[in-house]
Design a binder for this molecule. Structure first.
Ligand code: SAM
Length: 304
């Protein structure tokens, strides 16, 4: 189904299922003895959502031989990529709080459990923004297993295409103090103009010393819908309502590094390939690579 300007979802449908998919990746990466990340909440959250495909994946019941396009090597490359992405943003938040920032905003938080698992300094407030069904599900599922936030957690259930800055300040964001922002796994699901508006809004709420982290997929400009459709075939065959090709907004959009620099942010990008190399991990061969191709992870500070 094509996207609509006011579409909505839960964690088992449309854009919402991508949150469950990446959490399944974190659950698998958490089991990896190399120990790059530790997200103990990813697995219970994915199980609580209850999409068969991902539960079977966690139980080791998916037979890779049944998937024409999902070899074990390709699956491992995706899990490794998720581990590197998670670690990059975990380290980002640890660095921001070490520099003195005491409020964080996780945009499109999905099943992100950082508010429950990172070592936030005492008194840090973590705001999470996502669609109401997504936010409520996670809050309830984590409280059902007795999980306690490691920061003051404030959920802000709102669509990011609506007036979220007003909702965020109403929830208590102090715009006179620096904020550490994160937009992980979000931009490709926003139209190009909404991406710009997102960064304009963030900039408007950020005093110097605020920090930002996100990732950019340059290949979105000449996005190969057919290849992505082919790669998500195994999901559809197993009853997962996901057609990445219809969820993402392809085509020209501003390069995030250039755009943020033009708004007074001092940001740097690092490619996913460099992260694989930095951690001594095998860089996936093109045929096993992420269907969206290279990803640039970006972080920095507002100076202007
Ligand atoms: C790939 S998931 C990433 C979730 C989380 N950041 C992570 O990395 O685990 C995409 C998330 O974006 C959220 N999202 C996408 N468009 C949104 C919008 N317009 N308003 C609110 N949330 C949105 C979805 O609900 C989903 O949780």
């Amino acid at each position: 189904m094509p996207r609509a300007h006011d579409d909505s979802w839960d964690l088992a449908s449309s854009v919402g299922v991508t949150a469950t998919m990446v959490a399944a990746g974190r659950a698998m990466a958490t089991r990896d003895p190399r120990g790059l990340i530790n997200d103990p909440f990813a697995e219970p959250l994915v199980r609580a959502v209850g999409v068969d495909f991902f539960t079977m994946m966690l139980d080791g019941e998916l037979d890779p031989a049944a998937f024409e396009n999902a070899s074990p090597v390709r699956l491992q490359a995706m899990i490794d990529g998720m581990a590197l992405r998670t670690k990059y943003f975990d380290d980002y938040f640890v660095g921001a709080t070490a520099a003195g920032v005491r409020q964080a905003v996780i945009l499109a938080s999905g099943l992100d459990a950082r508010a429950y698992r990172l070592p936030w300094p005492s008194g840090t407030v973590v705001y999470e923004i996502d669609q109401p069904e997504v936010i409520d599900f996670k809050s309830n599922a984590l409280s059902a297993i007795g999980a306690e936030p490691t920061a003051v957690r404030r959920a802000v259930p709102i669509d990011l295409r609506a007036d979220w800055p007003t909702a965020l300040t109403a929830a208590g964001l102090d715009t006179a103090a620096p904020t550490a922002w994160l937009a992980e796994g979000l931009l490709i699901y926003l139209p190009p103009d909404a991406q710009d508006r997102l960064f304009d809004n963030i900039t408007g709420l950020s005093v110097p010393g605020s920090t930002i982290a996100t990732e950019f997929v340059p290949g979105i400009v000449d996005f190969d819908a057919e290849r992505v459709r082919e790669m998500s075939g195994p999901f559809r065959e197993h009853g997962v309502d996901i057609d990445m090709a219809s969820l993402v907004y392809a085509g020209e959009r501003n390069h995030v590094v250039d755009y943020l620099r033009s708004k007074g942010w001092d940001v740097e990008g690092v490619t996913r390939t460099e992260l694989f190399q930095r951690h001594g991990m095998d860089v996936p061969a093109p045929q096993n690579d992420d269907p969206l191709g290279e990803i640039i992870f970006i972080s920095g500070t507002r100076t202007g």
